[in-house]
Design a protein around this ligand. Structure first.
Ligand SMILES: Nc1ncnc2c1ncn2[C@@H]1O[C@H](COP(=O)(O)OP(=O)(O)O)[C@@H](O)[C@H]1O
Ligand SMILES: [Mg+2]
Length: 520
């Protein structure tokens, strides 16, 4: 007790409390633990103003990542900050219902010295293109842009740049690409007899590459990818809602599309890029406009090109001044590339395993990114953390890293686990967003315009005008005939469309491209 060095265990609670103190609103995380003892005075929290410095929630499966996300979402909502979270397994749906008290939850509350009251949060459930319960979120292919689409298609560099040229061609020729059928029909056209000359004029797109793109698009359609492309386009500003003085938590329910990781992870990136494009510059706010949790983040970075990574890194860096905080959730911290990792100021690191050489390497790497601490042997601590415990360091209100602290995380006030799918479905349909997005609209687009150009009826089914040269080929998979009941293929000329508000905004989108604008 006598001469208290700055890191002496005796003043642990006071040091932590001071290190994590904040003047403004806060997002509570938990209480500090030293030598196996939880200190109710060692309050660990993130100043709301620092949430736009982004963060990482990492840890092996079952260590408490999702519950940490849930706890943070609850608190952000409580202070009026809207939250977006990708709900991979459906277990975040519990946010919409109050916790059911049990010994483990109340025991944890007692150990942390907190008053714990079960409470539900205002939640809007979203789904990708209406697959599964929740308000359908869709984007037209054009708004998605060639960069992100290439990522979904697993394209190489040549294919990616070809795709960009095809998008530009569509733009210049007033051919709206709304769904995958539009894009496929355009590629068919360009590789067919009628479009040959045009393809040549584009320059840089070989017939072979166009063929590869066609095949990968058909594959994506075969996997159900077409559901997500179309209109109405989801307005990302609909994520910035409040209910009374609480922030609405938008949960994108992904269990139904778990098998399509490339698609949904890229879709999340699209949302982030859209937010970046849409929101005004605001600098640092007292609390963020939105906090975006990017679950299963490794899926976004796997097999990503350097250019794609650069763009992700740049979006993450710049979106901060738009008042958006991004938290990546993943198993191993080195799933996130260094350029992105370096920008994540707030760290909640749950237990890591050290079974394989890969694990051991990731563990060492994780330790090396932490400020030094004399309270713990970090390498050991990271493998010994209990469920719902994490090694934490964040940015203080002054922007300096806080002391590293073993943290016992707060118990959630909302329900732990997934809600009944029927309840989620009913909640989705009761959302104020439901009337806007529930019904897909299908306007005239490239498919009809190209069909008209080639003098064949628009392919409303898999049927193709027999013998028509360059006509869209019969579609190879079940999913692909689904140009969903195109209305009025012969009316509403392109010019009308382009003069319309949607048409103009569509052209803007093409011109900007979700990502291309980021390239200086
Ligand atoms: N902060 C917490 N409070 C209470 N229980 C927790 C907490 N964190 C984790 N748990 C328990 O651990 C289980 C696994 O946590 P979860 O967040 O689903 O792990 P992960 O997402 O890392 O796979 C939860 O279902 C819950 O029972
Ligand atoms: Mg989880």
């Amino acid at each position: 007790m006598a001469d208290a060095a700055p890191t002496a265990p005796a003043d642990f609670a006071a040091r932590i409390r001071e290190g994590y103190a904040a003047e403004g609103a806060v997002v509570g995380l938990g209480r500090g633990v030293l030598d196996g003892t939880t200190h109710p005075d060692a309050v660990v929290q993130i100043p709301a103003a620092m949430c736009n410095r982004h963060g990482l929630i990492a840890g092996a499966t079952g260590t408490g990542k999702t519950v940490s996300l849930q706890v943070m979402a609850e608190q952000l909502s409580a202070i009026g900050v809207p939250v977006f979270a990708a709900d991979m397994k459906g277990d975040l749906s519990g946010l919409a219902a109050p916790a059911v008290p049990n010994d483990r939850l109340t025991g944890r509350a007692t150990e942390l010295g907190i008053t714990w009251t079960p409470a539900a949060c205002p939640v809007t459930f979203l789904s990708l293109g209406g697959v599964g319960p929740g308000v359908p979120v869709r984007a037209p292919v054009t708004a998605f842009g060639p960069e992100l689409l290439a990522k979904v298609l697993g394209s190489n560099e040549t294919q990616r740049s070809s795709l960009a040229l095809v998008f530009r061609y569509a733009d210049e020729h007033g051919l709206p690409l709304l769904d995958l059928t539009d894009l496929r029909d355009l590629l068919h056209y360009l590789t067919g007899d009628e479009g040959k000359a045009d393809l040549k004029a584009i320059g840089g797109v070989s017939t072979a590459t166009a063929g590869v793109l066609l095949r990968s698009i058909s594959e994506l359609e075969g996997q159900g990818g077409d559901a997500f492309f179309g209109e109405p386009e989801f307005a990302v500003t609909d994520l910035l809602r409040t209910e009374g003085d609480k922030g609405v938590i938008s949960c994108l329910e992904l269990p139904a599309v778990q098998t399509e990781p490339k698609l949904f992870s890229t879709f999340l990136m699209w949302m982030l890029a859209e937010l970046f494009e849409t929101l005004p510059e605001v600098g640092d706010l007292a609390q963020p406009k939105l906090v975006f949790f990017f679950d299963e983040a490794h899926l976004l970075f796997e097999d990503a090109s350097d250019e794609f990574l650069d763009q992700v890194a740049q979006t993450v860096r710049l979106i901060r001044s738009k008042g958006v905080g991004v938290f990546f959730v993943t198993q191993l911290p080195d799933d996130v590339p260094d350029v992105v990792l370096a920008q994540l100021g707030n760290r909640v690191q749950h237990a890591l395993r050290a079974h394989t050489p890969r694990d051991a390497k990731a563990l060492k790497a994780a330790v090396s990114t932490y400020p030094t601490t004399e309270d713990y042997d970090l390498e050991k601590a990271l493998t010994e953390l209990g469920t719902g415990e994490a090694i934490v360091t964040i940015l203080s209100e002054k922007g300096a890293p806080t002391p590293v602290v073993w943290t016992k995380m707060l118990p959630p006030s909302s329900f732990l686990g997934a809600l009944d799918p029927a309840v989620v479905k009913a909640a989705g349909e009761a959302s104020p967003l439901w009337p806007t997005y529930s019904v897909e609209i299908d306007r005239e687009s490239a498919t009809e315009l190209l069909a008209a150009k080639m003098g064949v009826p628009a392919p409303t089914t898999t049927a193709t005008a027999p013998g028509a040269e360059g006509a869209p080929k019969p579609k190879p998979t079940v999913k692909t005939g689904s140009k969903k009941a195109k209305k009025k293929p012969d009316t509403s000329p392109v010019t009308d469309y382009l003069k319309s508000r949607e048409g103009r905004s569509m052209l803007n989108t093409i011109a900007r491209g979700v990502f291309s604008m980021l390239k200086k």
